[in-house]
Design a protein around this ligand. Structure first.
Ligand code: UDP
Ligand code: MG
Length: 312
């Protein structure tokens, strides 16, 4: 029975996978506990699966999973974690941005009794000031809006104990904001600090559009504050509209009603229209999530699978 399985989601990572495996294997060789590696090919369109198969053939502790199409990193991770029936798990990116050399430190904290040991980066190299700023804004608003405080500057790179894995396995929501889910399960959690390197090869699959979607996902998954905000804005503008209406009424009763006031009319209509559309959009966002959840679709499908050979 393995005590630790390293789960690696990979989507079009042919350029780095071999280097990655070398570095990971070197680290695992130095660890005294029984380790397995599990690659999850998230429907790659390049040579990723062929490389994974050669890695599996060359290293008996390595297993692999190929999803039927690209389901996204969160689903790929979930597929990998679902496979682990015994022992703890480490989640790591294939692009070497998460240094495998940190794994022994994660294990140390795990053996000290922590259930979730996450890696927090101290330096964000190769990232623009704008990216850093938007990231900081995101973490701050998440802290304000939701009850689940998501640790800052923390990716998915982390170690999960057996019971943390069991807990996570029970969260089957379709729109998975993993960082939030990892935190939400609770138990004893701690951080290990490291320097995050720029990507070694290949390109990031994240652009600002996808990051914005991720941020909306995070906020709507863990907070209904925007719905409440829409209510408050609605109440406020209705109150203001009522006061203004009273004033218009009084004015026309006292001084008569010449047809004037086109600018104010436009202003009010446009403003209220905007507020209504915004509120509708917020409601739609939550309604859409309800819709995807209610379909109860599986999170992923597995195409092919190789189990690790070494069983001791
Ligand atoms: N990944 C995946 N499916 C996807 C996108 C990414 O499995 O649809 C994997 C990718 O191969 C890598 C990890 O998730 O191992 C992180 O992806 P990436 O480096 O593009 O994200 P970033 O580090 O820029 O956040
Ligand atoms: Mg990366």
């Amino acid at each position: 029975m393995p005590q630790l399985t390293v789960v690696v989601p990979a989507y079009n990572e042919a350029a780095v996978l071999e280097t990655f495996h070398q570095r990971l294997a070197a680290v695992l060789d130095g660890i005294s506990i029984e380790c397995h590696v599990l690659y999850v090919d998230d429907g790659s369109s390049d040579a990723t699966w062929a490389i994974i198969e050669s890695l599996v053939a060359g290293d008996s502790r390595t297993g692999a999973l190929k999803l039927s199409r690209n389901f996204g990193k969160e689903a790929a991770l979930t597929a990998g974690l679902d496979q682990i029936v015994a022992g703890a798990a480490v989640v790591i990116d294939a692009d070497l941005q998460d240094p495998p050399e940190l794994i022994p430190k994660l294990i140390e904290q795990w053996q000290a009794g922590y259930d979730v040991v996450y890696a927090t980066r101290t330096v964000r190299e190769g990232e623009t000031g704008f990216k850093r700023f938007t990231a900081a804004m995101f973490y701050r608003s998440m802290e304000r809006l939701s009850d689940t405080a998501i640790p800052r500057d923390t990716g998915d790179f982390r170690l999960l104990s057996r019971r943390a894995l069991d807990a996570l396995g029970q969260l089957r929501e379709r729109q998975r904001f993993m960082k939030g889910l990892f935190t939400w399960i609770g138990y004893r959690q701690t951080a290990v600090h490291y320097q995050r390197d720029p990507r070694k090869a290949g390109v990031t699959k994240w652009n600002y559009w996808r990051l914005t979607q991720l941020a909306i996902e995070g906020i709507t998954s863990f907070s209904s504050a925007p719905l409440r905000l829409a209510t408050w804005i609605g109440l406020l503008s209705a109150g203001l509209a009522f006061l203004y209406g009273m004033w218009v009424l009084a004015k026309s009763l006292l001084y008569g009603d010449a047809v004037r006031g086109y600018p104010t009319l436009m202003l009010v209509i446009l403003f209220l229209g905007g507020v209504q559309l915004l509120a509708l959009g917020v409601i739609g966002e939550y309604l859409g999530r309800n819709y995807t959840e209610s379909k109860q679709r599986p999170l992923y499908f597995v195409d092919k699978q190789h189990s690790p050979q070494r069983q001791n």
